[in-house]
Design a protein around this ligand. Structure first.
Ligand SMILES: [Zn+2]
Length: 225
């Protein structure tokens, strides 16, 4: 799916600004629903604008682990995403398999995995560990070759996404992790604004009212317009 040029946010209009025409004639389509593998649509879109590339993780059969770097304000010694995941693997007695990997402009990592068959995983934020997010159904990741003012997303390892590894009989900690990944937070249940574009709104619903710009999906654009 197209993201705004040089930006991480999806191209296209928000639900509030939906013209109810074109692909939205039957009702507004969210970015995940608009994501396509149709090469004609893709060619038509990218011929018009140098969009960044978004991958709707759910329909693509992916679960991507997003490992963030520390913020400048965080005290020295705080584990970043990579360190948190390493500690998590050690506690679970698992080795992290080599897999498709992308470096983000900030120095973070996206690790691509294929969830086990029949398992539908959504997004999580800081649930598996400090600075570890996951993207599944309802989310997306910025694909390599995309750029932002901070830099580019670059491919570090192009092997196919790894599937679940480890013993056939999951350990207790293993089962605990699976449960954490599956659990839906109250925020996710009550707040569709979180899911509309796959990006967390920084203010909703903290104040109990909708922020001035409830969704990061921008003004109407080519996609779905
Ligand atoms: Zn629409």
């Amino acid at each position: 799916m197209p993201l705004r040029p040089n930006d991480k946010r999806p191209a296209g209009h928000s639900e509030q600004l939906c013209p109810q025409t074109g692909r939205c004639t039957g009702g507004h389509l969210k970015p995940e629903q608009r994501a396509t593998t149709d090469t004609e649509l893709i060619t038509a879109a990218w011929t018009q604008q140098p969009y960044n590339i978004g991958i709707a993780t759910g329909p693509s059969g992916l679960l991507v682990i997003d490992l963030d770097m520390l913020k400048p304000s965080e005290p020295e010694g705080t584990p970043d995403g990579a360190a948190s995941l390493q500690a998590l693997c050690e506690r679970a007695g698992q080795t992290l398999p080599a897999t498709y990997q992308v470096r983000t402009p900030s120095g973070g990592q996206h690790l691509y995995f294929t969830p086990p068959p029949g398992v539908r995983l959504g997004n999580t934020a800081n649930r598996l560990g400090h600075h570890i997010d996951t993207r599944g159904w309802g989310g997306y990741v910025v694909a390599p070759a995309s750029t932002t003012p901070e830099g580019s997303y670059s491919l570090c390892d192009d092997r196919p996404p790894a599937t679940r590894t480890g013993s056939a009989k999951p350990s207790r900690s293993h089962r605990g992790l699976s449960a954490r990944l599956r659990r839906r937070s109250p925020r996710q249940r009550s707040d569709t604004r979180l899911l509309r574009c796959g990006v967390r709104c920084p203010t909703w619903p903290r104040q109990g009212t909708a922020p001035a710009t409830p969704c990061c999906c921008g003004p109407r654009g080519l996609w779905g317009g």
